[in-house]
Design a protein around this ligand. Sequence first.
Ligand code: MTE
Ligand code: MO
Length: 377
Amino acid sequence: MRTWDGRYSQPVRLDEISTPSRVADAGEGVSQPELGLAARNHGMPLEAMRYDLTPPGLHYLLIHYDIPFVDADAWSLRIDGLVDRPLTIDLAALKAMPATTVRSTMECAGNGRARLEPRPVSQPWLVEAVGTAEWTGVPLRDVLLAAGVRPDAVDVVFTGADHGVERGVEQDYQRKLTLAEALDPEVLLAYEMNGAPLAPQHGFPLRLLVPGWYGMTNVKWLRRVEVLDHEFTGFQQKAYVVRQSSDEAGVPITRIAPRALVIPPGFPDFMTRGRVVRPGPVLLEGRAWSGRAPVARVEVSVDGGATWAAATLADDGGHRWAWRRWSHSWLATPGEHLVTARATTTDGEVQPVDAPWNRGGFVNNAAHQIPVTCLED
Ligand SMILES: Nc1nc2c(c(=O)[nH]1)N[C@H]1C(S)=C(S)[C@@H](COP(=O)(O)O)O[C@H]1N2
Ligand SMILES: [Mo]
């Protein structure tokens, strides 16, 4: 890190101003740079799980660099690389194509990172990096078929209009899908969120929407779709992996692991956000979702996971990729309680109680725990 020592005419390299990845020391508090990230990239207040669709402004945000200013009239999408007919499509042409809408829960792969011990230093999410929206747009498949993908295509790369530097690497934000994944008819080039044009912070005018996948794949401010005859290994592709140390290649992160979250019961203390309830029946409720096999059941515990009871789980209402409501009636008694919920999929995958640690702080779907104080009568 440079300090201001008056030698302002010294040449500076990008790797000198860009910080390497790091794990916090034992007991080290959240740093000023992490606070800066948290203030830019806000989470969804957990009480917003009461809404089927996350109201405008309450959906979480994750923006690696700056929100680019995009002039919709000057903007167009380029589809090129290994295609027979490279295309340049403007917004009006895209909107003239047949559109579909999908209701989908999006979650950041780093959700839960700040609960890991030791804590990987990055955007310090607790559990609130999630939201649900209805996304409208054109199936990517239709656009790829119109361009005519060549038989030897391997990967499809998506480039956003945002630009920055990360761990010394200057880059446009880029992610890929394999050709087979990109041809899934559920993958959209989305220009609307909840029936309105995308807001600047959510990718105006166009983003990729891959239902069931962690957030990082849903490239915002999309400006180019390039078909490659080889595997794409860009920075963001190598960064989103589960590994124990940074010299491992790691396992790529794809679909959202099962998770249930609890709407914090009762009322909060301002500073600690500790919850307070009065004795008697308390309706515990929340949401559960999975981008892997569907959620089969949700269980609730009020003693930190020592004993579990089955919650009532609503069906998905035809929205396979959206969170589902669950509830459980609890008879609260005076004292301290640790309210916990966990989801299990139809494949038998169950949320762990202890957080699964990895170097990037990804895919921590440990069961949500909320300390609750029940007052005397
Ligand atoms: N171009 C671009 N796309 C991006 C990002 C970004 O920084 N730049 N962030 C990704 C990450 S890590 C997440 S979790 C989601 C967040 O989408 P949202 O802010 O609309 O909730 O966008 C993804 N798409
Ligand atoms: Mo993310």
